[in-house]
Design a protein around this ligand. Structure first.
Ligand code: IVH
Length: 682
């Protein structure tokens, strides 16, 4: 076959596959068998391999994945991705409707839609072809996940029909259907990994996988619900969704135009009954003003549009008996009480255990062993005790006294002033704390050693091979090969066996080796210093540059760094005062872990704000403060907390305080608006 013939065949195959794909995934009416479909796709993939010049960004071959994304590029949203005002109260929905009705008069019309419980996504199409998919991020800026989104069959790679703008964005939700979620968790448990807590977390984790082939296997789905830039020819939200549907987008059939509050509640009630039959989770209903002009008139608050409200379904609740309480020790040493209950059916699953959170909650509930308690399950897998049925209280029931010794290592528990949790202070020798630290260290946002998971860490710890994060770097091939462990069945997990064969061992060691190139900010986060989360670790890195500078920093130096207050400073000092931690740092450093910031690590998008220091004050309608700070830093600028002669600009939102204004004026520091800042970045 020559190039021309191949080109023609690629076109024919592409058109056929696209048509069958739409019938199957969007219309749910398959037109050929799975086998025939796979044959067509394989033929196309082979042709594209033979003639790479024929592969296009909208080729259906992207559905099977294969593209690797190392770093998800940050992308600023053209329109901020706002959130919705939520309510669980029927009264509040009525009040919202009355307010809107008063404001826009008797022609008020609403659209009711499902509130999907997944991950928000913005898709940009240019000339009808999917060019970019970006997550919500902080609302101002998200991450580009295009290769991964291309594997989702219900997302059109090329639009049907005509009339779409040259470039436009459509937004919606990526979800993991319940069946796919169950399959995925089964595989995870079988492989010795921790299952995802809920489909939302699984969807979000899947979107951030580096290998799009893996994403393709997850069977994500996507429903669209908004066109932020509006499209020509549509006067209402409903019309624009229907137009989008005609272009091939997946728009739910559960959508209704409502004139009255009665219509709205009829839709809510119908969906509340039908939702258990849906193949995916929803957590409520979204009600939107239909007219786009009216939407514009109503506008947005800083966080959410005034023209929409989300009515969330209340979590389901049942009564059962409290049999006993166990105490679990976490990574930080915090002790969490967990209730053992008479098994009871709740939202489709049998519940035997529920969290009681902390000692204060136990005291406030005044819960006693033998009580009948009410248990609730929201979006999470772990149910919680929300109240006690005092009508069934018997005076002989025993009051719960919170433990005063660590149930794992026997050390006396401590509680710092102003804190809620009781802690086991035996940081370096208490088993769950060691395991928790190791799990945190290897996690995705930390050192990202994904060849190790919770099960493997537990195994290495139980077999006495790893006691601290530094021990990971001493592991050898011979030590690991052939190791095996059978994990007994518990309430939450089935019996499972992990064995280390050649490929597993090679993967583990490669993962550990690659972690040596992880930047200092993430290394600092990985150490698990209490209160030093991702953001604080980044701020400390920018301020101190290296572990050596940080080690000699005193309290006063520490609180100079942005976002570091009294509590964080004290926690850092406590951490470095412990000789065991210093020893771990020395060992890690000797193995080649990054303990200073590299120039290249400050991935700058531009240096347009180089040498400028900004002080942000007041509130902003469309942006979060953190989002603005991030944008400033990414373009080479600095943020400061208070106005001084070193400040280049004061960036003022609404309601800037008079004191700040006076100070800026007296020092001659120009006060600018967010629009001025955006201008500087063009
Ligand atoms: S409209 C400005 N419609 O809920 C609001 N959002 O809490 C534009 N969501 O981040 C969003 N289903 O991810 C809209 N039918 C629906 C939705 C929906 C789920 C999510 C969305 C948003 C969050 C807001």
């Amino acid at each position: 076959m020559n190039l021309t013939e191949a080109g023609k065949h690629v076109q024919e195959l592409t058109a056929l596959i696209r048509q069958h794909n739409h019938s199957y995934y969007v219309l749910s009416t398959p037109t050929i068998s799975d086998y025939e479909f796979d044959q067509l796709l394989e033929e196309l993939i082979n042709l594209e391999k033979e003639f790479p010049e024929l592969a296009s960004p909208d080729s259906p071959s992207h559905r099977v994945g294969g593209e690797i994304t190392k770093d998800f590029k940050p992308v600023k949203h053209k329109f901020p991705m706002l959130s919705l005002n939520n309510t669980y109260s029927v009264e509040e929905v009525k009040e919202w409707e009355e307010r809107i009705h008063k404001l826009i008069g008797k022609n008020a019309e609403y659209v009711c839609e499902l509130k999907y419980d997944g991950v928000a996504i913005g898709l940009t199409y240019r000339n009808g072809i999917l060019m970019q998919a970006v997550t919500r991020g902080d609302g101002v800026q998200g991450d580009e996940v295009t290769a991964n989104v291309r594997t989702i069959h219900s997302v059109p790679l090329r639009l049907n029909g005509a009339g779409f703008p040259d470039e436009f964005e459509i937004r919606g939700e990526i979800i993991l259907p319940r069946k796919s979620f169950e399959n995925l968790n089964k595989i995870k448990v079988d492989e010795g990994d921790e299952p995802f807590a809920n489909p939302r977390n699984a969807a979000s984790g899947s979107l951030k996988l580096q290998d799009s082939k893996e994403v393709a296997k997850r069977r994500l789905d996507c429903y669209l619900y908004s066109l932020p830039g509006n499209i020509p020819g549509s006067e209402t939200h409903y019309e624009s969704l229907m137009t989008a549907k005609s272009w091939g987008f997946n728009i739910s059939g559960y959508i209704a135009r409502c004139k009255t509050i009665g219509d709205i509640f009829e839709f809510i009630d119908n969906c509340n009954t039908a939702r258990h039959e849906f193949p995916f989770d929803i957590d409520g209903i979204v009600i939107k003003v239909n007219s786009l002009v009216q939407q514009q008139e109503l506008g947005n608050t800083s966080k959410s549009p005034r023209w929409a409200i989300a009515y969330k379904f209340k979590a389901e609740r049942v009564a059962t008996k409290l049999l006993s309480i166990d105490y679990q020790v976490g990574r930080t040493g915090a002790v969490t009480p967990v209730a053992n209950l008479t098994p009871v059916l709740l939202a489709g699953t049998v519940v035997k255990r529920a969290t009681l959170h902390n000692a204060d909650i136990i005291a406030n509930l005044d819960v006693r062993i033998g009580d009948i308690v009410f248990v609730e399950k929201g979006g999470e897998i772990i149910p919680k005790i929300v109240s006690v049925d005092l009508d069934h209280r018997n005076p002989s029931f025993i009051r719960v006294e919170f433990v005063n010794k660590c149930p794992e290592c026997g050390t006396s528990l401590t509680r710092k002033e102003g804190e809620i949790a009781w802690y086991c202070p035996n940081e370096v020798n208490c088993p769950p704390q060691i395991k928790g630290k190791l799990e945190h260290f290897i996690s995705r946002k930390a050192m990202n050693i994904d060849s190790l998971g919770e099960g493997k860490i537990e195994m290495l710890f139980d077999l006495n091979l790893v006691h601290s994060v530094a021990d990971l770097y001493d592991l050898t091939y011979d030590q690991l090969l052939g190791l095996e462990k059978v994990f007994a069945q518990t309430d939450e997990k089935k019996e499972r066996k992990i064995s280390f064969r050649e490929k597993t061992v090679a993967n583990i060691l490669n993962g550990i080796e690659s972690s040596k190139s992880v930047g200092f900010d993430r290394v600092l986060f990985s150490l698990g210093i209490r209160y030093v989360g991702e953001t604080v670790a980044k701020r400390l890195t920018v301020h101190f540059n290296s572990i050596d500078n940080l080690l000699i920093a005193g309290y006063k130096d520490l609180i100079e760094a942005e976002e570091v207050g009294e509590k964080i400073a004290q926690s850092i000092l406590d951490f470095f005062r412990n000789p065991k931690n210093i020893e771990i740092i020395h060992r890690l450093r000797s193995k080649g872990i990054q303990f200073e910031m590299k120039e290249a690590q400050q991935v700058l998008k531009s240096d347009k704000l180089k040498g400028m220091t900004f002080v942000i004050t007041g509130t902003f309608d469309q942006f979060s403060r953190d989002g603005i700070k991030k944008v400033i830093e990414e373009n080479g600028g600095k943020n400061a907390g208070s106005i001084s002669s070193k400040t280049t600009f004061v960036l003022a939102g609404e309601n800037m305080g008079p004191e700040k204004r006076k100070k800026a004026e007296s020092l001659g520091v120009p006060i600018i608006s967010i629009d001025n800042l955006l201008q500087m970045l063009i």
